[in-house]
Structures are given as structure tokens and as C-alpha cells.
Write a protein that binds this ligand. Structure first.
Ligand code: GLN
Length: 195
């Protein structure tokens, strides 16, 4: 099972390391053609405006929408969550516009710009170690979006079918549980295709 990490900008190597811990193979994705050989895709944290610009420059937008339309799972973390969202508060142009969520960028206020916490996530045995860095949060969710965790009443993890989004960086810790959760989503999607 191959899981790609979009390697235009941001925390790529760390995601690959975490994916490899789940038994799947993590692959850095620099070219659109590589999408064909992937079973799942991670859009990492970094800076969403930059990632969005580079995705347009290298023509990734439609191929990734296509990838999603095939039911292949996509996991966006931090800036990657913003890239997945249909609506970015403040009127900024959305990027992939795949997930029915409204997000606010840099939403945790100055004194809390970066912090780490143990976050209970629905469906997971233990809390997930989560690193928040100038993190976005989810303001609204559409029908079909399941909230998997909140931090101080704000939504920070959500799932819509084959799409998973987290406000934080699970890849900057030694806790691979959320990557395992995503790898299981990819496995389930593969099984569904074979039926
Ligand atoms: N603040 C960044 C943005 O708005 C996201 C931060 C991150 O990915 N750590 O794109």
C-alpha cells in the first residue's frame, strides 16, 4: 500500500517516517503522474497560501480532485486542512475545495500560537499527541462531516467519508496512531474497490 505525501512545501519527511511506521510505504510526491500509483495522499502542514500557489503552478488541483473522486483517501494536516476546505473564512479563495468545512487560519491567538497537548479523538483508544503551530480551526461542518475531536470547544479533527483533516501536526511526535487510523482508511477504501 503506497501513501503519498505532497512534497511542494512543508513537513514532508516527518509524515513519510510516520507512514512507514504503519507498515504502508510513504512516498514524497513531486509530480502529478505519481498520483496514479498511490492509494492515499497526505497534504502536510506548512503555509497554505504557498502550498496552494505551488499546486496551481504544477497543475495538481484537478488531478487531486480526480484522485478524491475515485474514493481514494486524503489526509490534510494543519495547512493541509486549509487546502482541503471548501470555505476559508475571510473570503480567501479555497484551494482543493473538497471537504465541506469552513476553516479559520491562525485561529489560536498569539500567546497560544504553538502548543502541544494530548487530544482525545473519537474512535481511538488513547489520546493523540498533537502539536499545534499557528493552527487553523474548523468553524463549521456540513452534512456528512463527522467531528472527531475538539480542543477547548473548537473543532480540530474531522472526517468526511474518505477525507480526514486535523488542525495540528501528528507527524512531529512519536505517536503514529493517527497515521495508523489513516492507513486503515486507505485499506478500507481498497477493499471497497475490490468488492
Ligand atoms: N498558519 C499556516 C497557514 O495558515 C498553517 C500552519 C501550519 O501548517 N503549521 O497556512
Amino acid at each position: 500500500m503506497k501513501i503519498g505525501v505532497l512534497a511542494l512545501q512543508g513537513a514532508v519527511a516527518e509524515h513519510i517516517r510516520s507512514i512507514n511506521q504503519t507498515g504502508a510505504e510513504g512516498v514524497p510526491v513531486k509530480k502529478v503522474e505519481q498520483l496514479e500509483e498511490l492509494d492515499g495522499l497526505i497534504i502536510p502542514g506548512g503555509e497554505s497560501t504557498t502550498i496552494g500557489k505551488l499546486m496551481r503552478k504544477y497543475s495538481f488541483i484537478d488531478p487531486i480532485r480526480n484522485f478524491s473522486a475515485q474514493g481514494k483517501p486524503i489526509f490534510g494536516t494543519c495547512a493541509g486542512l486549509i487546502v482541503l476546505a471548501k470555505d476559508i473564512a475571510g473570503g480567501e479563495e479555497p484551494h482543493l475545495a473538497l471537504m465541506d468545512i469552513q476553516v479559520a487560519r491562525n485561529a489560536f491567538g498569539r500567546q497560544r500560537e504553538s502548543f502541544e497537548t494530548d487530544l482525545p479523538v473519537k474512535g481511538m483508544e488513547k489520546p493523540v499527541r498533537a502539536v499545534f503551530i499557528r493552527a487553523p480551526l474548523i468553524l463549521e461542518t456540513g452534512e456528512g462531516v463527522e467531528v472527531l475531536s475538539t480542543y477547548k470547544d473548537e473543532i480540530v479533527t474531522a472526517r468526511q467519508g474518505h477525507l480526514l483533516a486535523a488542525s495540528y501536526h501528528p507527524e512531529l511526535t512519536e505517536d503514529y496512531a493517527l497515521h495508523q487510523y489513516f492507513a486503515d482508511m486507505v485499506k478500507d477504501a481498497q477493499a471497497a474497490v475490490k468488492l
